[in-house]
Ligand binder design. Structure first.
Ligand SMILES: NC(=O)c1ccc[n+]([C@@H]2O[C@H](COP(=O)([O-])OP(=O)(O)OC[C@H]3O[C@@H](n4cnc5c(N)ncnc54)[C@H](OP(=O)(O)O)[C@@H]3O)[C@@H](O)[C@H]2O)c1
Length: 291
């Protein structure tokens, strides 16, 4: 198939390119940066330089590529600017959906997040309502992801991947990443908030499988073991050479409940190579530094 991959140089996109090429797909890979074109070409994709926030140049890029499927792995998180990321989710997605519809594309597979659900006692499955009334910074994040999801649903066929927290080489949770730096600086608290993780390699595999998943569904893509900080933080600290922090006495925020991956695992045939962050974190120390 002909695939247009927006976000091809990101932490998931760059893992997807070789997987897609290996499966025989023709991949057009979007970047804003001409200096990244050679690496994309070397990994088997046809690079195209355009900004997703510039509707005309994005529309031209999609039209020229004439893809069967558009993969949306756009985020703006390299500097941890959540407001910029929410703006990209909102406006970049709007532009990408418009460009795709104008080019006659049928299917879009898009990256969302698995911590946008309302408060609850159990890990959320995909039927749980979104936390649209959340205030403050969380409200901005939820609204950005919700805007992305609702724009993607305008496509004739859509799949929304609600990813858990990425870890692995090139992520914030790599030994050279932001969260590892926080841990070594003693600024990572072991709270009761529950997190669902997913290794970046497993996130990429799910996106490739989603090319052929039944249309029109949101899917939690996360590992089997949602866990409170008081469990995962000490294991993460050990993996990245930080001293474990004392348990924090904060209580769980209701929305910090983790996500249930039953649908992806039992009905869509996704089997993560790292079913638990426990195994994945243990391998972090040996991972190559990628930043
Ligand atoms: N679920 C999660 O836990 C989650 C999700 C996403 C990110 N993160 C974290 O955020 C960190 C940064 O993510 P990242 O490495 O993927 O980088 P990023 O800076 O978020 O960029 C991701 C992709 O989006 C593209 N992009 C961004 N803005 C664009 C625009 N206006 N037009 C066209 N393309 C645009 C980038 O392309 P160019 O820069 O080449 O143009 C890149 O391919 C990761 O290390 C990860 O840990 C976590």
């Amino acid at each position: 198939m002909r695939i247009f991959l927006a976000g091809a140089t990101g932490v998931i996109g760059r893992r997807m390119v070789p997987l897609l090429v290996e499966e025989g797909h023709e991949v057009t890979a979007l970047t804003r940066r001409p200096d990244r074109a050679a690496a994309l070409r070397a990994s088997g994709a046809e690079p195209v330089v355009a900004d997703a926030l510039d509707p005309a140049s994005l529309a031209a890029a999609v039209r020229e590529a004439a893809p069967d499927i558009v993969m949306h792995q756009l985020t703006d998180l390299a500097t941890g600017d959540f407001a910029a990321n929410a703006a990209l989710r909102r406006q970049g997605t709007r532009n990408l959906v418009d460009a795709s519809l104008a080019a006659g594309v049928r299917r879009m597979v898009a990256q969302s997040i698995a911590w946008i659900y309302e408060a609850g006692d159990e890990p959320a499955d995909e039927t749980a309502p979104l936390d649209l009334a959340a205030p403050g910074e969380r409200g901005t994040r939820v609204a950005g992801a919700a805007a992305l999801e609702s724009a993607v649903q305008e496509m004739p066929e859509w799949i929304v991947l609600r990813y858990g927290e990425f870890y692995g080489p090139g992520t914030w949770y790599a030994p050279d990443g932001l969260v590892a730096d926080m841990a070594r600086a003693g600024r990572l608290a072991a709270k009761d908030d529950v997190v669902s993780f997913v290794h970046a390699d497993d996130a990429a595999t799910a996106a490739v499988l989603a090319l052929t998943w039944p249309a029109d569904c949101a899917v939690n893509v996360c590992d089997d073991e949602p866990a409170p900080g008081r469990e995962w933080v000490p294991a993460f600290c050990a993996a990245v050479g930080a001293l474990p922090p004392p348990p924090a006495d904060a209580g769980r925020q209701g929305w910090a409940r983790g996500a249930d991956n039953h649908f992806a695992r039992k009905h869509l045939g996704w089997a993560p190579r790292y079913p638990s962050w426990r195994d994945g974190f243990a391998g972090l120390a040996g991972d190559p530094v990628t930043r």
